[in-house]
Design a protein around this ligand. Sequence first.
Ligand code: ASP
Length: 317
Amino acid sequence: MTSPRTLLLHTGGTIGMAPSPEGLHPATGLVERALDRLEAGGAVDLKRLDPLIDSANATPEDWNRLSAEIAAHHADYGSFVITHGTDTLAFTASALAMALEGLDKPVILTGAMVPLEQPGSDGERNLADALRIAGEAEPGVWIQFAGQLLRGPRARKVHSAAHDAFSGWPSERMPRRAGPRLIRHAFGRASIAVLPVAPGCAMQVIEHAMKVCDGIVLRCYGSGTVPNDPVLAGALEAAAARAIPVVAVSQTLEGGTTLGTYEAGAILLRHGVIDGRDMTLEAAYAKLALALATCPDLAAQRAFVEAPLCGEFGPTT
Ligand code: ASP
């Protein structure tokens, strides 16, 4: 029988922060005291990940630590809640949905825009909602924030101050990687650059990245256009010659890329850039990182990034 207990993994973030002379920083005790106030202690085991971090400092190694905790306790708990900083919460949600093949429990990420023990905090409400939803949600990786339950690999932080800081987009698939049993896939230490284009921007930066990085997420305009610039074209040629994956995503919030729509952008297809379609930047980044860690060559990495994995693409029209 599945345990009704929830494992709460506290990673840091504003929800558990306290003031310091240089600004808010992670502190212990706040989430613990909130659990006492919510009288949730009886059904919840809390594990603090050491050290607690501002999620600005998160790396794929932290995604690995979280997926390892969930994998180690997958059979022991009915659900998992992760308290996390909001800045990179959507990256972690995407990463966990991709890393945990065969995940059979709800994993609910939440956090706060105002620390638990400051006036006007949204932390206690989000924590209480996440713990309640953990007992009801379908298996998969979800974000519970400001009253909304969002699909982990289809959500983004869209506001830097409002309580209602996340938006989510639909998908035809559940936010989980299906499989008959739990298999945990680990992220590696690939060097991945995230590079936006802008009118007249220094293409030499992109050129350098394409020569030294293991993979690139290229943030294009609209449906997948970029300046028809000889330095950019040369950079893409260098990336293709090194057989490193370049994934195009859109700078727009909705709609995504459809490479080949415009002539301004033809250089992307010509040089084998992978169409990220309507993946969020967060999902595309995590997926590229996992492709680099688990696929042997560019052809396999391309196939991995293009194929639906865990509800990271929107509904097909
Ligand atoms: N800088 C904080 C973090 O991501 C912001 C937050 O949690 O709201 O850890």
